[in-house]
Design a protein around this ligand. Structure first.
Ligand SMILES: CC(=O)N[C@H]1[C@@H](OP(=O)(O)OP(=O)(O)OC[C@H]2O[C@@H](n3ccc(=O)[nH]c3=O)[C@H](O)[C@@H]2O)O[C@H](CO)[C@@H](O)[C@@H]1O
Ligand SMILES: C=C(OP(=O)(O)O)C(=O)O
Length: 429
């Protein structure tokens, strides 16, 4: 079967208004959280993307009644306790399948899960998840291909995570809300998606304090109810769109972008001379920005580096790398968290960018460079690098082909149609 590709004619400006989808990384744990109650949970603003479809299929296979109320709203009811384990083939396709562990342990006391999939962007440890579950009373057997978990009952505990893992924190929270007694989660991640999960759980009757901080206090309850929850905008998509606007010199309004989520992105992109203005809940990126790298004091080379929230999100590093190719000056891009995320720099170098990939974590970019299209084809290695290559292709002179676009579709909803509506020359073939 011939896989779909994007064919892009670069060098055209875009204009208009675009709304970000709901946050993928909130939707995926929230779908798992619906297993924590036998009542009906309505999730709104669900992005209609590959990963969400796989997660919904996994839930249906577990016996969850999934009602699709509209393209972005689902009602989920897990009336009876699931009797089967998650399907291995489906669970292997996404990063967040291990998040079924906490809820299934709470609900049925045991679960076996395969090693998950997700982006291949470096080693993706799950140790934090299992340290937390063990602290709450679960026993975990790790085999070369699976995790076998069981717990007679979960008991609250004082947990200090070994790193601020996003999904590790979500796992600990979902296991703790129904555990007996009090749980403290120190060194917790606090990204907007972690906050959304906690807020939704509180709407369901959980008692989580410290949302948005690195110290979560949870008082276990015996029962969670149904609820109706709307997922927040995807700040990673908003960051990608900001990058896309500036490198195509386009004025774009990103509506409902929730500017308060972009304070660190403003600092990081600001080092490349990027600006935007906030208008209520919208972000307006002006056209024709002159991108000049802002030196550190004494003319030192500035850096853009990733860190757990509220640091600069690693999912935006790929976009920052492309934007840096268009800014006058020298900058260091330092992806501190994942070790394979910068390898797509080779493709940008092939398109004309001046980048020295110093090691798997660091790239020095000297800009600006005229980028040229790559008609022979650019493979999309992961969600964000795929979107970054698409961004580079829209900025470049001439035609580019991007293949393996299932990666992009995993995280960005109908991105071709939505960008074409803004004037981008992009076709799915
Ligand atoms: C489904 C989902 O939500 N996926 C996101 C989630 O993945 P995920 O939850 O898998 O990522 P983690 O937060 O566990 O860790 C990401 C990487 O950063 C490293 N690390 C993490 C914390 C820390 O304090 N120091 C450190 O170096 C880890 O070792 C790992 O290599 O969070 C990542 C980090 O924001 C994002 O890129 C992913 O898009
Ligand atoms: C790494 C990402 O996704 P996942 O964790 O689902 O692989 C991402 O969203 O950039």
């Amino acid at each position: 079967m011939l896989m779909e590709r994007f064919v892009i004619e670069g060098g055209h400006r875009l204009s208009g208004t675009i709304s970000p989808s709901g946050n993928k990384n909130a939707a995926l744990p929230l779908l798992a959280a619906t297993l924590l109650t036998s009542e009906r949970v309505v999730l709104r603003n669900l992005p209609d993307i590959g990963d969400v479809r796989i997660k919904l299929a996994l839930l249906e296979q577990l016996g969850v009644l999934v009602e699709r109320l509209d393209a972005h709203t689902c009602a989920l009811t897990t009336a009876a306790t699931p009797t089967v384990d998650p399907d291995v083939a489906l669970a292997r396709r996404i990063r967040t399948s291990p998040l079924l562990a906490g809820p299934l342990l709470a609900r049925r006391g045991s679960v076996t899960l395969p090693r998950p999939g997700g982006d291949v962007i470096g080693r993706r440890r799950l140790d934090t998840h299992f340290h937390a579950l063990t602290a709450l009373g679960a026993s975990v057997e790790v085999t070369p291909t699976s995790y076998i978990l069981s717990a007679d009952r979960l008991r609250g505990a004082d947990i200090f995570l070994d790193e601020m893992s996003v999904t590790g924190t979500e796992q600990a929270v979902m296991a703790a809300v129904l555990a007996e007694g009090h749980t403290t989660i120190g060194n917790a991640a606090s990204e907007p998606h972690v906050q959304d999960l906690c807020r939704c759980l509180n709407q369901m009757g959980a008692r989580i304090n410290g949302i948005g901080t690195n110290l979560l206090e949870i008082e276990g309850v015996t029962h969670l109810s149904g609820t109706d929850f709307s997922i927040g905008p995807d700040f990673m998509e908003v960051g990608s769109l900001i990058g896309l606007a500036v490198v195509t010199r386009s004025e774009l309004r990103i509506s409902g972008a929730r500017p308060r989520d972009h304070r660190m992105s403003r600092i990081a992109f600001g080092r490349l001379g990027v600006t935007w203005r906030d208008e209520g809940e919208d972000i307006v990126v002006p056209g024709d920005q002159e991108l000049i790298v802002n030196h550190d004091l004494h003319g030192a080379i500035p850096k853009i580096d990733s860190a757990p929230w509220p640091g600069f999100n690693p999912d935006l590093i790929s976009t920052a790398l492309v934007v840096a190719t268009q800014a006058r000056g020298t900058v260091l891009i330092h992806e501190k968290m994942f070790e394979s995320r910068l390898f797509f720099a080779d493709r940008l170098i092939g398109m004309g960018a001046k980048i020295v990939l110093c090691d798997p974590h660091r790239a020095v970019v000297v800009g600006p460079s005229q980028l040229y299209g790559e008609p022979e084809g650019l493979p999309s290695p992961d969600i964000r690098a795929g979107m970054a290559l698409l961004t580079a292709a829209l900025c470049a002179k001439g035609k580019s082909v991007i293949y393996n676009i299932g990666q992009i579709d995993r995280g960005y909803e109908r991105i071709d149609e939505r960008l074409a509506a803004l004037g981008a020359k992009i076709e799915r073939v």
